[in-house]
Write a new protein. Structure first.
Length: 271
């Protein structure tokens, strides 16, 4: 039985993500430009990232003023309730800047440090994904309606379709490219969407057999990791560790361990 608090947190996460997604979809200016850069000149922030985070934090703070926040665009407060919101207002900013459709709003709620609810909205896909701890993972969409998510049955590794992402720091992405070069002959193929949140939800929805990436922050993966796990996927980092900035891996059981082992052998977690 779902904890009533967790259900309430999920409802608020879904509402905030949906409203932010509508703002981003409908309010995107024709002359959208870079407002700032982060880790490198190609790691960008737009005015819409900032506006979406403000919408999300304002809506949540109005309803739950004692909660804390951790947001990609600067929201960082401790709170006093034991609940913290981990927010990526626009995951896939470069895609959004260029008019590509793969971007999403990701919102997770933590209670005492554990993610208990998460929502990811991908407006240009007309899809939304959500999960509450112990309650399974679900999607709603214009094409398929509401459905419970389940990851794919595990294929042999050489038939697995795996997604990844690349960092915006040159030395890191050079190393990531070398890891991908070594992996490609051992898999069906590799994809690169540009949104960690969408990739994790695609593992949950059975559209990918696996996903890995180095360099993710909590806001990139908090909601998507819960959604993938509640759909039956396994997630982790380096062997025996949780997903982290060093390495995040999510895959259907049967693909997870051999993929994680290869990534460890190839040193995917370091230069």
């Amino acid at each position: 039985m779902t904890d009533p608090l967790h259900a309430d947190l999920l409802d608020l996460a879904r509402t905030a993500a949906q409203r932010a997604g509508e703002l981003l979809r409908d309010g995107r200016p024709a002359d959208l430009a870079v407002a700032a850069t982060k880790s490198s000149p190609i790691d960008v922030v737009t005015e819409m990232d900032i506006a979406a985070e403000k919408l999300i934090t304002s809506l949540i703070a109005e309803r739950r003023p004692r909660d804390g926040f951790l947001g990609e665009e600067g929201a960082a407060t401790e709170g006093t309730s034991g609940v913290r919101w981990v927010i990526d207002p626009l995951d896939g900013t470069v895609n959004y800047l260029y008019g590509l459709p793969t971007w999403a709003v990701s919102i997770a709620a933590e209670q005492d440090g554990e993610v208990v609810a998460g929502a990811v909205v991908a407006p240009m896909r007309q899809e939304a994904y959500h999960a509450v701890r112990g309650g399974g993972a679900w999607a709603t969409g214009a094409r398929d309606g509401e459905r419970r998510l389940a990851c794919r049955p595990a294929p042999p590794l050489d038939q697995a379709l795996v997604s990844t992402g690349f960092n915006y720091v040159r030395d890191v992405r050079d190393h990531q490219a070398d890891v991908a070069r070594r992996l490609i002959p051992l898999l069906r193929d590799i994809r690169r969407s540009g949104s960690a949140a969408v990739d994790l939800c695609d593992v949950a929805a059975g559209r990918l057999d696996g996903y890995y990436e180095r360099g993710l922050h909590p806001w990139d993966l908090a909601a998507g990791d819960l959604i993938a796990r509640e759909a039956g996927a396994l997630t982790g980092g380096r062997p025996g560790e949780r997903p982290s900035h060093d390495l995040t891996v999510a895959a259907t059981p049967g693909v997870f361990e051999p993929l994680q082992r290869l990534l460890e052998d190839f040193g995917a977690w370091h230069d």
